[in-house]
Structures are given as structure tokens and as C-alpha cells.
Write a protein that binds this ligand. Structure first.
Ligand SMILES: Cc1cc2nc3c(=O)[nH]c(=O)nc-3n(C[C@H](O)[C@H](O)[C@H](O)COP(=O)(O)O)c2cc1C
Length: 404
């Protein structure tokens, strides 16, 4: 057991209100693609997978990047929201998350020139035509410019101005469906080299029309998407935008660019900026300079939060309860998001509550009423010098174990 002096009101377990949504604590589960849907429809796997995060105490659970159109899927097995057929599965997920005390969130995305790849465990490489694997055929890629994501990646087709205007309806319709399914926190995936990021970054947008050529023009499509989505959401729904705060490549997006963009996002109705980084190229020979240590995006989050005056989320190698609490307490971010940390331990928020000594009325008594005396019992055993490995020597009385 981690021995930390308890504080009754740690910053990590204070609620956060964004628009009409109150997240009961500052721990969210970051969107993570599971590549486990069929024709965009989620399954019971997603229900259980996401449900465990809610039972684990996360205040917010954000479902994976969910495609607004089939062409915008990363892989053939991405989740989607381009059809009403996707609603029943998503409704169950939003319902279970809500019932278990978490705010149900979902990320909407379009993979742009990085679409049509295999699952990461099959290499994450462009799909190739195979007569033996029906349903896994590659499809045409869409992007701001006919520039591939990297060497040996397919060249996308540049979307026309009229296609861009028409596509706003896809985003708006997907957002409407997300609300209808019960999601109250919606994030737009504007990072990692996908469609919205590829419009913003000068490394992937080589247009000279109204959607490229100047920083203002490169912001245009993402901002149009934000406005279309905001207009289709209930007033109380919280809207997040995930940015790649920097490209980390010469000539790419910088923190200063992101600060300007974040100001525009705030004006367009975004409530929180989720500060990630990178992904504009798949070329591994390009040197991308983003530090990858513990809480590696926290400086970006802090800078955007302070310079724009908007709530931010930070993500990336946040692994320790005190680390997470300090990020909130010191003003680096308003929300911490856990990716692999949550996969590794879906119960992380409940454990963090204990480690930090939080007195939290939102803790689930069905677990805590057993676990609080159990933890105290374990600490007493350890204090007596006993070890879990000395099982044959232990003769612990009831008042120590908390069990009859
Ligand atoms: C399995 C997996 C799937 C992911 N899918 C998404 C995604 O759908 N959308 C997204 O914005 N980021 C995605 N990410 C990135 C995570 O949300 C997160 O930003 C990243 O893993 C860093 O946080 P961590 O160090 O806590 O894992 C994914 C990461 C993992 C590990």
C-alpha cells in the first residue's frame, strides 16, 4: 500500500463544471480506439470495457474516435456514428456510464489521409487489396491536399470546397446522434494527423483557396466543423477539442499557433482544449521533437490554459495519483486524462482516492464500504511486520482483517 499523508479534499477529486455538465472528479479516461466494431456498430465488448472505467471511479469516460463517415474510419473495425443503426449500442454505453456515476463522453473523428489502415497489432499500415479478406478492402483517402501521410502511403484526394461544405452535415448529424444516445461530453478529434489537424497544419495543407494558404484559411474548416457541431448539440453539452499542440517538426504547428487557434475555438463554442501532440506524418525518418517523459503534455496544457484562459485537459504518461493531483493543484490542467494507465488499471481513480485520502461522497459504497476497512486491515498487518508472502504464518484476528 502506498503510504501518503491523507488530505481530505485533494484537487483531483473536486468536481469540474463545463457548461451544463458537472464531472464529479478530475480523472477522465482518454479516447482509445479498440478496433472492435462491425460496420461501425459497437458490441458488448465496448459496454464492458468502458463500463469498468465507470465502476473504477473515473469522473468522465470518453469513448474512442468514432467516425462521422465510413471514409473517415482509421481501420475497417472503427466505431461509427454515420447511421441511426449505431444508436442502440451507444445508448447502452451512455446509459451504463451515467448509471454508474460517470459523465459519458465520445470523440468524433475523421481519419483523413491516415484512414484505411490495419489494426495496430497488425502493423497499423495501409490496407492492401486482398481477395481473401472481404470487408478489409482499402478505400479512397480524403484530405486537404493530395499529399500522402508518409512514404509508401496512398495519396489522398483533395476535398473540393463544395465537399467540405457538404461534410459539415456529417459532423453535425453524428453529434446529434451522440446526444440522442445520451453522451453529454463530446470531443472533436483535431489531433494526430487526422482530417481536422491536417487542415490546420502547414505541413499537410498546401491549398491556395479559402481553406489554405494563410493561418486564418487553414483554421477555417476546423472552425466550421466546430460551429456546425456546436449548433447541433444541446446547450448544456460540453464540447472539447483535442489539438496536437505542436507538430514538433520544422515548419509545422507551434505552441503560439495553437494559442491563437484555441482562442478561436473558444469563441466558436469549445469549452475545454485537450492538449495532445504530434502525428502529422507517418514518416519515421522525420525527427519529431516532443519530449516523452512523465506528464509530457503538461507544459502545453498549462500554456494554453494560462494564455487563452480556457479550461484544458492534459494526457500522457500520467501514472501516479500524487502526480495527477499535483497537475490539477498546480494549475497545469483542469482535467487529467488517462490512456494506457486506465487500460492497465481500470480501478485507478478509486485507488487514487484512497492514496490521496479523499473523503469523497461520490465514492461507490458498494465497494468502498468493504475496501476502506480492508485497506486499513492490510496496513495494520504490514505495520506489524507481516508480509503477504508469509501466508502460512498468519493467524490474523477478525479485528485486523475486518472479515468474520
Ligand atoms: C489503444 C489506444 C488507442 C488510442 N486511440 C485514440 C483515439 O481514439 N483518439 C485519440 O485522440 N487518442 C487515442 N489514443 C491516444 C490516447 O488517448 C492518449 O492520448 C495517449 O495514449 C497518451 O496517454 P497515456 O500515456 O495515458 O496512454 C489512443 C491510445 C491508445 C493506447
Amino acid at each position: 500500500m502506498d503510504a501518503v499523508p491523507p488530505v481530505s479534499d485533494p484537487a483531483l477529486f473536486r468536481p469540474l463544471t463545463l457548461r451544463g455538465v458537472t464531472i464529479p472528479n478530475r480523472v477522465g479516461v482518454s479516447p482509445m480506439c479498440m478496433y472492435s466494431s462491425t460496420d461501425g456498430a459497437v458490441t458488448d465488448f465496448h459496454l464492458v470495457h468502458l463500463g469498468r472505467f465507470a465502476l473504477g471511479g473515473a469522473g468522465l469516460v470518453v469513448m474512442e474516435a468514432t467516425a462521422v463517415t465510413p471514409a473517415g474510419r482509421i481501420s475497417p473495425r472503427d466505431a461509427g456514428l454515420w447511421s441511426d443503426d449505431h444508436l442502440p449500442g451507444l445508448r447502452r454505453i451512455a446509459g451504463v456510464l451515467t448509471e454508474q456515476g460517470s459523465v459519458p463522453g465520445i470523440q468524433l473523428g475523421h481519419a483523413g489521409r491516415r484512414a484505411a489502415v490495419t489494426e495496430p497489432w497488425h502493423g497499423g499500415q495501409p490496407l492492401v487489396w486482398s481477395e481473401t479478406e472481404p470487408g478489409r478492402e482499402p478505400w479512397a483517402l480524403q484530405a486537404p491536399s493530395a499529399a500522402p501521410a508518409g512514404p509508401e502511403w496512398p495519396t489522398p484526394r483533395a476535398l473540393s470546397e463544395s465537399e467540405l461544405t457538404a461534410s459539415l452535415d456529417l459532423w453535425a448529424a453524428a453529434a446529434r446522434r451522440a446526444s440522442e444516445a445520451g453522451f453529454r461530453f463530446l470531443e472533436l478529434h483535431g489531433a494526430h494527423g487526422y482530417l481536422l489537424h491536417s487542415f490546420l497544419s502547414p505541413l499537410s495543407n498546401h491549398r491556395s483557396d479559402a481553406y489554405g494558404g494563410t493561418p486564418e484559411a487553414r483554421m477555417r474548416y476546423p472552425l466550421e466543423v466546430v460551429r456546425a457541431v456546436r449548433a447541433s448539440l444541446p446547450a448544456e453539452t460540453a464540447l472539447s477539442y483535442r489539438v496536437s499542440t505542436v507538430d514538433g517538426i520544422d515548419g509545422g504547428l507551434t505552441l503560439d499557433d495553437t494559442v491563437v487557434f484555441a482562442e478561436r475555438l473558444a469563441e466558436a463554442g469549445v469549452d475545454i482544449i485537450d492538449t495532445s501532440s504530434g502525428g502529422i506524418t507517418t514518416d519515421r525518418s522525420v525527427d519529431t521533437r516532443v519530449r516523452r517523459g512523465f506528464a509530457f503534455h503538461a507544459d502545453f496544457s498549462r500554456a494554453v490554459r494560462e494564455r487563452v484562459g480556457i479550461p484544458t485537459a492534459t494526457v500522457g504518461l500520467i501514472v501516479d495519483p500524487q502526480q495527477a493531483d499535483a497537475l490539477i493543484d498546480h494549475g497545469d490542467a483542469d482535467l487529467v486524462l488517462l490512456g494506457r494507465t486506465a487500460l492497465d488499471d481500470p480501478n485507478w481513480p478509486n485507488r487514487a482516492r484512497h492514496v490521496l485520502g479523499a473523503v469523497d461522497p461520490t465514492a461507490d459504497p458498494r465497494f468502498e464500504s468493504y475496501l476502506t476497512p480492508w485497506r486499513a486491515g492490510i496496513e495494520r498487518l504490514l505495520a506489524r511486520g507481516e508480509s503477504p508472502l508469509s501466508r502460512f504464518e498468519i493467524d490474523a484476528p477478525e479485528e485486523v482483517t475486518g472479515l468474520p
